[in-house]
Design a protein around this ligand. Sequence first.
Ligand code: SAH
Ligand code: SF4
Length: 387
Amino acid sequence: MHAAPIVPEALALPRRAPEADGLRSLIGLARPALVAALVETGVAPEKAPMRADQVWTWIYHRGVRDFAAMSNLGKDLRARLAERFTLERPEVVARQVSEDGTRKYLLRVAGGGEVETVYIPESDRGTLCVSSQIGCTLTCSFCHTGTQRLVRNLTAAEIVGQILVARDDLGDWGRTPVEKRLVSNVVLMGMGEPLYNFDAVRDAMLVAMDGAGLALSRRRITLSTSGVVPEIARVGEEIGCLLAISFHATTDEVRDKLVPINRKWNIAALLDSCRAYPRLSNAERITFEYVMLKGVNDSDADARRLVKLIAGIPAKINLIPFNPWPGAPYERSDPDRIEAFGRIVNRAGYASPVRTPRGEDIMAACGQLKSASERVRRATTAAGYGA
Ligand code: SAH
Ligand code: SF4
């Protein structure tokens, strides 16, 4: 790699953590909760839904961070809102920009934990890879995040806040139509297992999809899970976004090692939940992610087993060349092996794009995210999360 040394830059964004002043965040609140918050602030109940729309437009279409700028609200109301609530984003500790334009943000959230968010520009879209937890309780053996102890679940405010931070930094406010936006797609593929933080992820995505909110179509949002089977149907029912499954192996023996949650819900149970996924159709296929690990899961026999296993499921197979991290016990499959694997999958009728690693020079590629949050883990409670 010929990466130039990357110096984390400080950003000209507020450095104070949200809720530092004990104020409640209005970011990420579902519509009914926002209406209730406005009533609490003295807005007449019959006017509250309309005021909620106005506030949302300021927050999510215009990107304002200050109630004073909400010029169609009375001065009094603006002052009362500012006394109670905050629109602060997570604090940007560092930003790194890769040679290929990928940007990685290190964000500090309340309580001192840190998460990473990655922006990946492409010719026809800009994808933001959002984290759902600080760290992850699961321990997939090929994933850097899995080596970090979970500190805690993120709140809906912190999940939506990641999108706001990226749009602030990219100057992405006020662009219409959606196609012109720099952040046009969101993938829940950062740190954490989104289905172990279902309610906050759902609330955040409902704000992201609402026309008065971030107004991203549900088909521009993809949630990736390692296979929390009992929650999978809820993704279709309560969020309605696209689904990706971190599949990675074609026998329970190998998957038990790579994705240990497989010992709880095995391949058969996982595929049953995929077959039953609400909204499944050729237009809304499930993405099966498959990390290519040299000599572990990348043989022709694996490829043939894979297509047999998923027979009948409208699907696309995303082949992810393994991204190394310090001390990782695996190697990336050779390019011709990946190609041969992809050819077998393709001949069986499935699209099998190879995911080009992005942002490798700044450790922003899939599975490379890991923050230093474990430093503070003893000071914070990690109880109650995970399997
Ligand atoms: N926890 C969720 C979402 C985050 S991981 C999940 O596991 O699905 C996003 C994707 O990156 C997953 O498919 C994950 O398996 C994959 N990944 C993890 N570590 C990787 C690595 N080192 N190289 C390539 N892909 C990796
Ligand atoms: Fe957690 Fe996903 Fe990494 Fe597994 S691959 S450790 S579920 S973030």
